[in-house]
Design a protein around this ligand. Sequence first.
Ligand code: FAD
Length: 469
Amino acid sequence: MGGGLAGLTTAYLLRQRHPVLFDLRPRFGGNARGERWMGTDFSIGSAYVMTPDPGSFVHRLYHRLGLHLVKRSSMPPDPVEIAGQVAQGFWQGAGLSPAEQAAFQRYAAVVTDMAENHYPEIPLSSDPVAAAAVLEMDTTNFEADLQQRMGMPLPPLLAAAIQAYFHSSFGAGMQEISAASGWNFVAAEEYGRWVFPGGNAALARALWQKLHHVELTSLPSNAPPMLRAGCRVVDVRRDNQRMRVTWVDAAGATQTLRAKTVVMAGSKHVAKHVLHDIAALDPPKYEAMQRVNTSAYLVANVLLTAPVALDFYDIFLVHNAAYPMDPVACELNSRPADVLNGNYARVQNLPRSVLSFYWPLPWASARFALILNDPYTTWAQRLVPHVLDTLSMLGVSASAVRQVRISRWGHAMPIAAPNFIADGVPQELLRPFQQRVFFVNQDNWALPAVENTLEDARSVAAEVNAFLG
Ligand SMILES: Cc1cc2nc3c(=O)[nH]c(=O)nc-3n(C[C@H](O)[C@H](O)[C@H](O)COP(=O)(O)OP(=O)(O)OC[C@H]3O[C@@H](n4cnc5c(N)ncnc54)[C@H](O)[C@@H]3O)c2cc1C
């Protein structure tokens, strides 16, 4: 159940068993979906992957899918917008006092040390010493841990830039994110990213194509399809030695099938309602599902009939040291955290471009603001000044705007709060239910990243194979 990257990857790894894959949307991919405009693929959600370690499972997977052939690398540091300009020398503290510059240097040294000597692996490593270090790191928040390692407070402008990164990447501020999860992202950025045409939708599409090929070549032409988009699973329950799955198909009809095993690859806030009577049948697991909180997000793709001269991937829109640092300030002064070059990995040199504004909504009630009061008009009006400022900064005329496409993500990202891992919540979430139901999704580790999602898909596919024999 669930055809995002977790479900697609699990199904791909189990493809010889011809699994059925349901997704409630008309298209697979979940948060990793994209669109195409006149030859340009762009992401409407999940954007990039971390540069994979050579020989790792994810590295081999990207190669098997041919993604290494279409990727473009993006290396740190990211540009930062200050006062309407791309600030030169921002990460060296250019133009600031010597004391502030010293803090920027100290920050860079700590990040390098974390990347090279203390990188926290999530999912937890099988090495007990490394795992214990991550559990310890998970008990504190990123901001406190960072300042302790730096041995000094963060100067306001540096704090603002780091906060914009946390809002964009985690959907929450560095005070709300565990140090282990925070360093898992921040330190990995040191090795750069892989960007595919259309962002991580390219990964979803490659997986879908492999599964579709199996469907076309291995099943009789009159067999029911493996890939079932537009099908909402509404109930999963035990039925003797099988699980019974009930779904509502694209035409609104209710249907059922009996399965040897089920993999729940949707988010836990849905799974806990779909799994029949889980609160009574498995209280610890249900309690763990209740620990998953999510944040909301908005992505705006601006389609331009003009090229953008500056070759960048991701500019953080800090403006000044008054960047909103806590949920209350964010709600009062909500704005996009960064702008991506949506056509960064495009091969063709076309006279068009796409700017993708990433607009996290890091306060508890934000998802309701995404649906109330004529939401598209409301958010579009709020977006306009940010688009105009960015176009002006990049030297692009406003008359080049062909269209603005807004995507709303209600439960976009699980919040990687302190103690989520240290309290053992992931182990409860990963534990199979009624021996036959397995779990993959970014929220197993409350970490909104492709890498842990794919790693869990690999473990769950192995468990399913072992169970089925
Ligand atoms: C705006 C945004 C930007 C992001 N950027 C990045 C990034 O750059 N890099 C990165 O690594 N990560 C990023 N992420 C995190 C991203 O979510 C994960 O990397 C990953 O794509 C999560 O995949 P998933 O399969 O676990 O979950 P999802 O993508 O949420 O997939 C779950 C699927 O389950 C389906 N589903 C739910 N309920 C049912 C039901 N009842 N029946 C049938 N189907 C159901 C949903 O429709 C969905 O397709 C971003 C997320 C968002 C929202």
